[in-house]
Design a protein around this ligand. Structure first.
Ligand code: MN
Length: 327
């Protein structure tokens, strides 16, 4: 699958932006192909239609948005493939960055090619008939590639609603103007108001209410250890690394050097910016030392009663008990 996201990556400098690079997908498997439509208030307002094909999102910018009227053929400009985790993003891309503007998860759901066609082959041929099962977009549609005009480098397509029970000439589906992931309006998303978007592609929420794809801050571990500051980590735009409330902060964990639970928490805060990339979205095993590091320790891989809310379970396969993940 490498190569599919080359154009996507070429447009972005991942040392400056926290957009996903698609290198370590944190996307759960699904029985059906998924689609999203992201309303994107960029230089020009448009709706990005993204169809899951072969592990990436094939993407089109639909300038006037989809229409339920079969007589309305909407221009859909093919854009670069996007990683699947992109489909969970709702928030604001800063103005000075590629694609700057507010993004809403306007619709999402599952899709299937009609007549059992191979999606990649149908797209190659320039004609895809598809079924959409979303919250707003439903039923049968067509994506048809237009003959390129002389000198045209972009691929222009038409998105057309087929006649079926969901087709209607009157209703403007774009009036349904709230996010299907958060219920928010564009204005509320721009302001970063609660609630953040619920996840669809990922195993859990990755983007908070105030999600911003901002330039990466230079890492300053010393500043982090002094105060529980919000730290932005690469691929994890909204992680707030903050100190948990400690019970018994003065409890001595390393008796021979006199280090306390508070000291351990400070250390973890200082290494969090480097560590979190490797832990986030991955099942973890813990070495537990309930009576201090000098006493008996044990491995924990599955949920136990009374664990903090920031630890939750993830099902990897049916044969094993859920594993643990940390926020
Ligand atoms: Mn866009």
């Amino acid at each position: 699958m490498t190569g599919r996201l080359d154009a996507y990556r070429a447009k972005r400098d991942f040392t400056r932006t926290s957009e996903p690079d698609g290198e370590a997908p944190m996307v759960r498997q699904a029985e059906h192909l998924r689609f999203v439509v992201q309303k994107h208030d960029a230089t020009r307002l448009h709706y990005d239609l993204r169809l899951e094909v072969d592990g990436v999102f094939r993407s089109w910018a639909v300038t006037r948005g989809p229409s339920l009227d079969p007589a309305e053929k909407r221009l859909a400009v093919e854009v670069e493939d996007h990683p699947l985790e992109y489909g969970d993003f709702e928030g604001t891309i800063p103005e000075d960055v590629y694609g700057g503007g507010t993004v809403m998860v306007w619709d999402r759901g599952f899709w299937a090619p009609e007549d059992g066609a191979d999606p990649a082959a149908a797209l190659e041929d320039g004609h895809l008939k598809l079924m959409l099962v979303g919250s707003k977009l439903k039923g049968s549609w067509a994506l048809v590639r237009m003959k390129p005009r002389k000198g045209e480098t972009r691929h222009n397509w038409l998105l057309i609603k087929h006649r079926d029970q969901w087709a209607t000439p009157e209703k403007d589906v774009l009036r349904h103007d709230r996010s299907v992931a958060s219920g928010r309006t564009m204005a509320a998303i721009t302001k970063g108001k609660d609630p953040g978007p619920s996840p669809f592609l990922g195993r859990e929420a990755r983007f908070g209410a105030a999600a911003r794809w901002s330039s990466r801050q230079p890492e300053k571990p010393s500043a982090v250890s002094a105060t529980p500051a919000a730290v932005s980590a690469r691929r994890a735009p909204t992680f707030d690394v903050s100190a948990p409330k400690l019970t018994h902060p003065d409890r001595i964990l390393w008796p021979d050097v006199g280090l306390t639970k508070h000291d351990l928490a400070e250390y973890l805060l200082s290494v969090a910016p480097r560590m979190i990339e490797h832990c986030y979205g991955r099942p973890c095993s813990f070495v537990r030392a309930p009576d201090g590091i000098g006493s008996e320790t044990f491995f924990q891989r599955h949920a136990m009663r009374g664990q903090p809310k920031s630890i939750h379970s993830v099902v990897l396969d049916e044969a094993h008990e859920p594993y643990l993940e940390v926020d």
